[in-house]
Ligand binder design. Structure first.
Ligand code: CP
Ligand code: NVA
Length: 306
């Protein structure tokens, strides 16, 4: 049984297979109505349950549509619509849902909830975002960079902004994909040192710098995310500390010629990214959002079929 909880659980071959499958699935259904099944209907008869403790647009809609395109179906609930929200133990919910569905996706406040659910489930569990990481997002992001012609091995990716859950998944994928990750975050909002050290031990090339312009310099891709993630309570302090790390036109100009801009969305224009950058020619954010759908299908097939 294969869970999809963190990219550091995967091998380089696993990640390559996921990216290849995502590209192939996208190409194969070009021009088809979005609700029509793929020719292979790979997950016909399968059902995915999705549980959300936090808001979602992309993850919620792309996973449901992914199951439809794979020939299966999805059941969605927020945690507070379930007995989970009234205190039913996570482990009981995991065991019961495992009797009804073939896989469960969770978006959770605490990564510990996901780990506990996976420990007691008897079907694959997919991480639809936790406070610790967001692995599905990074499969789509890497797919998007490849679509733009970038070879990940040896590429230079810059993460500029909060050292958050999405940044952590870029850390976790670095050794697998072979890119160098340069991270610039202000004091107090940096990635946990222990996780960076563990990734380096696994072979990741990660540079931590103080200066966001130094991170941007010569980068093949500039990546950022909101300054205030779901569950963050220190809004004013965060925005004040992170504002000098905003992605604007001057910073983008320091990157390699034709560098790609990624943002997982939702974006807060004028905060972490300017309107000119996100709407500009180097922004790949709409392809990135679309690619969530294709990447999710690769992930679900990997969990349930391979
Ligand atoms: N990027 C992403 O996961 O978006 P949602 O929060 O809308 O799912
Ligand atoms: N870092 C953001 C990502 C949203 C997709 C959050 O956790 O809210």
């Amino acid at each position: 049984m294969k869970h999809f909880l963190t990219l550091s659980d995967l091998s380089a071959a696993d990640l390559r297979a996921l990216l290849d499958a995502a590209h192939a699935r996208k190409t194969a259904r070009a021009g088809r109505p979005k609700g029509a099944p793929d020719d292979d209907a790979a997950l016909a008869g399968h059902t995915l349950a999705m549980i959300f403790e936090k808001s979602s647009t992309r993850t919620r809609f792309s996973f449901e549509q992914a199951m439809r395109q794979l020939g299966g179906s999805a059941i969605v609930a927020t945690a507070d619509q379930m007995q989970l929200g009234r205190g039913e133990p996570v482990k009981d919910t995991a065991r019961v849902l495992s009797r009804y569905v073939d896989a469960v996706l969770l978006r959770v406040n605490s990564h510990d909830t996901l780990a506990e659910f996976a420990e007691h489930a008897t079907v694959p569990i997919v991480n639809g975002l936790s406070d610790y990481n967001h692995p599905c997002q990074i499969v789509a992001d890497l797919m998007t960079l490849e679509e733009r012609g970038l070879t990940l091995e040896g590429a230079r990716l810059a993460w500029i902004g909060d050292g958050n859950n999405v940044a952590m998944s870029f850390v976790n994928a670095a050794a697998l994909a072979g890119y160098t990750l340069v991270v610039a975050s202000p004091k107090g909002y940096r990635l946990p040192e222990a996780d960076v050290a563990r990734a380096r031990e696994a072979g990741a090339a990660i540079e931590i710098v103080d200066d966001p312009d130094a991170a941007a310099a010569g980068a093949d891709a500039l990546v950022t995310d909101c300054f205030v993630s779901m569950g963050d309570l220190d809004y004013e302090e965060r925005v004040a500390a992170l504002s000098p790390f905003a992605l604007d036109e001057d910073r983008l100009a320091k990157a390699a010629t034709g560098a790609t801009v990624l943002h997982c969305l939702p974006a807060y224009r004028g905060q972490e990214i300017t309107d000119g950058v996100i709407e500009g020619p180097q922004s790949a954010v709409w392809d990135e959002a679309e690619n969530r759908l294709h990447a999710q299908k690769a992930i679900l097939s990997w969990c349930l079929m391979d």
